[in-house]
Design a binder for this molecule. Structure first.
Ligand SMILES: [Zn+2]
Length: 257
């Protein structure tokens, strides 16, 4: 069995048997992997706190000839990101980012950019704590990397221009709709300014989370449209989402009938 060393972010773990642990982690070069850490709960020497969720580690592992579980040999802690545990909001948002990444990307679809995005998101929350902006940036960039970002600044049907003011939006129609194409399909009205703001966000570097301040209207409308867009592409409900929504603006904007 060939021994490998990889940078990794721990996504989550489950206890197995008396003392073992199964760990799911994300790497820049090998995507998402699942590993078996023998006696991880008994012997603190080999793994210590390095297998805790959100930790960044240097993992030593060996591929198995069959089955999908690899064998974890050793983990060197790079950072535990203990700032994520400062409050429940921050901790929940960090968990949401990990779950979103895990559900939207299967093993084969994870590239280095997905790793860099999650790494920057967790580092930002570790230093700055929870913000609605951080959540929205993570959501739209994750959608973008998955190839699911909706059409924002032109009509999703005819690719024509959009009016100023409130614009029809439908996740099922894959984005904004001009009045001629709407045909009663819109599920949301989103201001043209909000669509412009999120269009601009997509032009910013993937790993930049600092210095974004959105108006309360953009936060509410952005949350509603990203929520609809994400629901369309998630193949299972996210466990962290219900909890996270306690801290986020709810869909209080008017839904068009
Ligand atoms: Zn149109």
């Amino acid at each position: 069995m060939k021994s490998q060393i990889s940078q990794a972010i721990i996504l989550h773990h489950t206890d197995y048997g008396e003392a073992d642990r199964i760990v799911t982690f994300l790497t820049p070069d090998h995507g998402r992997l699942k590993g078996f850490a023998r006696a991880a709960r008994k012997s603190r020497k080999r793994f210590g706190a390095a297998l805790e969720p959100f930790a960044e580690v240097k993992l030593h592992w060996a591929a198995r000839s069959s089955g999908d579980l690899i064998s974890l040999r050793d983990a060197e802690l790079v950072t535990l990101r203990s700032g994520l545990r400062r409050d429940l909001e921050t901790l929940t948002l960090a968990g949401y980012g990990c779950e979103l990444t895990e559900v939207l990307f299967d093993e084969s679809g994870v590239g280095v950019e997905v790793f860099q995005l999650l790494q920057a998101f967790l580092d930002h929350l570790d230093g700055e704590g929870y913000s609605v902006e951080a959540r929205l940036l993570m959501e739209i960039r994750t959608l973008s990397l998955a190839g699911y970002v909706p059409h924002l600044q032109h009509c999703a049907d005819c690719f024509g221009p959009l009016p100023s003011g409130p614009v029809s939006f439908s996740a099922a129609a894959d984005g904004s709709l001009c009045p001629a194409c709407d045909g009663g399909r819109a599920t949301l009205k989103v201001d043209r300014m909000t669509l412009g703001t999120f269009g601009k966000i997509l032009q910013t570097p993937l790993t930049s989370f600092t210095g974004f301040r959105l108006s309360s209207q953009s936060r509410l409308e952005g949350q509603a449209l990203l929520n609809d867009a994400l629901q369309r592409h998630l193949h299972r409900p996210l466990k962290t989402l219900k909890f996270l929504n306690r801290f986020s603006p709810q869909e209080t904007i008017e839904k068009s009938s």
